[in-house]
Design a protein around this ligand. Structure first.
Ligand SMILES: [Zn+2]
Length: 73
């Protein structure tokens, strides 16, 4: 009886370990890109999409380049 109980506990622990590992592996195989990089329309420097300045559908690295391009056109 004791032996069976020990095997059952080991079986449960093995299942928990297996499913945790499987979940961790699947999370690694589909990494989410938190920092998508986009090029500046004026100078070509790549900046994070969250920090880029968007003006009339164009992407800029900073306010200076956004306004400089606006004045030029
Ligand atoms: Zn720029």
């Amino acid at each position: 009886m004791r032996r069976f109980l020990l095997l059952a506990i080991l079986g449960v622990l093995a299942c928990v370990w297996f499913f945790r590992r499987k979940r961790r592996m699947s999370a690694r195989s589909h990494p989410v890109s938190p920092h998508k990089m986009v090029p500046c329309q004026r100078c070509g420097v790549y900046v994070s999409a969250t920090q880029a300045v968007y003006v009339a559908g164009a992407v800029y690295c900073c306010d200076t380049h956004a306004f400089a391009n606006r004045r030029a056109t």
